[in-house]
Every structure is written in C-alpha cells, then in structure tokens.
Design a protein around this ligand. Structure first.
Ligand code: AKB
Length: 323
C-alpha cells in the first residue's frame, strides 16, 4: 500500500474579520479546502470556541496586518471587516474612516508584500436612486445613499486602481443580503431575513423593520461561500471586472419569506414596524443582473427561497434542540 502523501499547500490565507457573519463561515470553508494550518483567522477578539490559528488584528493598524503577513508568510488576504449599512448610519464619519482605513491598510500591505490575491467584498448597497431597480446591471450608475454604500463604491474603485496601477490581483463581488444558519448578521438592512427564521423555529412573533412588499436581493450562505471561492479560484485572465461583480442568489419580499415559512409553520405571526432601514432598502435593487459573473467565472446560484427556508428551519431546529 502506498504511503499517504501529505498535501502541501503554498497558499497561506489571512482572513480579516473572521468573527463576522460571512467571515466565520468562510474561515471554516477555507480551512476545509486548504488545511487549517494554512489559514490564519483574525478579528478584534478571539471567540472561545474558535479552533485553529488566530491573531488579534485591528485592521486600522497597518503594522499588525504587516506582522501577521510576515510571520505566517501570507499569500492571500480576505478582507471582510466593515461596518454595515444600518449600523454605519449611526456614525457616518467613523464608518467611512474604519471602512476605508482598513481597506487602504490591506491594499498597501498586499502591494508591498507581493501578496498574490486579495478578496474585497462589495455590496448591493453601492446602488441608489439612479440605478434601475429591476435586473440592475453590472454597469448601472452608482449613487449610494448610505455611508457603507459610499465606502463600498469607493473601495471597488480603489480595488480597480490597485490592479491597474500596481497589478495587484484584487477580486470582489457585490453581495446581496446573506442568509445562513451558521452565524448572525450584525448591523445590516438585510438582517431581518436571518432573524425571521430564528423567530419562526422558536415559535415567537416576528417584528419586521421593512415593509411587507420591499423586495431585496438575497443569497443563501452556501451559495455566497461558493461564489467567493469560485471567484478566487478563477484564472486571472477570466476576471474582466476589476471593480466588483454583481452577484445574484434569489430575491424576495418579507411577505414572500413569510409565505414560505408558513408552509412549515402555518401559525407564524408577523407584524410590520418599518424603521429607518426601510428607507435604506427602498433605494436598493429588487433583482440583480449577474450575467458578467456567469460569463467570466461561470457563476450560477443554486438555492431558491423554499430551499433556503427548508434548510434554515432544519438546521436551526438542530441548533436549538427542537424536535
Ligand atoms: C447590509 O444589509 O448592510 C449588508 C449588505 C447587503 O451589504 N447585508
């Protein structure tokens, strides 16, 4: 019998913002893909149950990012730390400062250290009043109405600038709202679409901060992670969009997600109490045209709303120990 040959990976990944909704799941996926010894997770603090290599990194401090890159001989950086749309409005200048400063630090460390690839998430929040709301195209006008959206629109252009000026291979997608059972979102406008499932399985009433007919683009976590990995694995010459790719999963309104949940919980109770987040959502697209992502790196989402509902309910019931 042949000896098992250990898989050697030259890829060493640093994830900044590894405690977040997407960051925590992406960290796990990357560890499974290239081996836990090749993935360095980082955030402002370490969660008690985290297993693997972890560094405390405040990404507003360039020296700590540089130190981690040097120490672990990092070849790729995934920069996921940001203040999201709803929380960002509470302190606009601080949001701008943090979102931009952390990006500049990552881009500079990457440029100066010869990092092979950088992942930078953008968002549907880059769109505003002057983009068509249906099937919003890749090249639609960007006039974001939140400071988070402004920082992402600027960040996309900086990503493209570093590519054009320095040849830094920065790749990006404009995420819709991400729905997953693995982690909780923090401070976004699309957060309701995760919270609602928790309330449904706990058989509690849900108070929705959006109008019942407000349609938004959403994506299931599995699809969001797969999109990220597929984008990062694509050959460099296929990446034609150097700002950020539109990414679609599915789109629905609160009343549609409620109908989907009521197929399992017919008595699920919901009240609508729209707040400032409704004003943010009203300026975002309903549906997204992601044909550039399909053409350039074969993106295809797989989860429909009912499939998301079925999986969310099943997994959350397991987590809450509900029969
Ligand atoms: C938010 O709601 O702010 C985020 C996003 C769509 O980028 N989930």
């Amino acid at each position: 019998m042949l000896d098992k040959i250990p898989i050697m990976s030259d890829t060493k990944i640093l994830i900044i913002g590894a405690n977040g909704q997407l960051g925590s799941v992406l960290t796990k996926a990357l560890k499974e893909k290239i081996g836990a010894e090749n993935v360095v997770a980082s955030d402002l603090f370490k969660k008690d149950d985290f297993e693997g290599i972890f560094e405390i990194i405040d990404a507003t401090d360039i020296t700590v990012i540089q130190k981690a890159v040097d120490t672990y001989k990092i070849t790729q950086i995934y920069h996921l730390a940001a203040i999201l749309s709803a929380n960002g409005e509470k302190n606009p200048l601080r949001t701008w400062d943090i979102n931009m400063k952390t990006l500049f630090n990552v881009l500079e460390v990457a440029r100066l250290s010869g990092i092979e690839k950088v992942f930078y998430p953008s968002s549907i929040a880059v769109f505003g009043d002057n983009a068509p709301q249906d099937n919003t195209s890749q090249a639609a006008y960007l006039d974001p109405a939140t400071v988070y959206g402004i920082s992402k629109a600027a960040g996309e252009n900086w990503a493209q600038y570093y590519f054009m000026r320095y040849g830094l291979d920065v790749r990006s997608v404009r995420y819709p709202g991400v729905i997953g059972y693995q982690s909780l979102p923090g401070g976004g406008t699309t957060d309701y679409a995760v919270d609602i499932y928790h309330k449904a399985v706990l058989e509690e009433e849900f108070s929705c901060f959006l109008n019942k007919e407000e349609v938004l683009p959403m994506i299931f976590m599995e699809d969001a992670i797969r999109a990220t990995l597929e984008l990062m694995d694509a050959p460099k010459e296929s990446i034609k969009t150097r700002t950020s790719y539109n990414l679609a999963g599915t789109s629905f309104s609160p009343e549609e997600i409620v109908s989907s949940i009521r197929k399992i919980y017919p008595d699920f109770k919901v009240k609508y109490e729209p707040d400032f987040r409704q004003d943010i959502a009203a300026k975002w697209p309903n549906t997204i045209d992601d044909s550039a992502a399909s053409k350039d790196w074969n993106w295809k989402p797989s989860y429909t709303l009912d499939e998301i509902t079925k999986t969310m309910v099943q997994k959350l019931k397991e987590q809450y120990n509900i029969q």
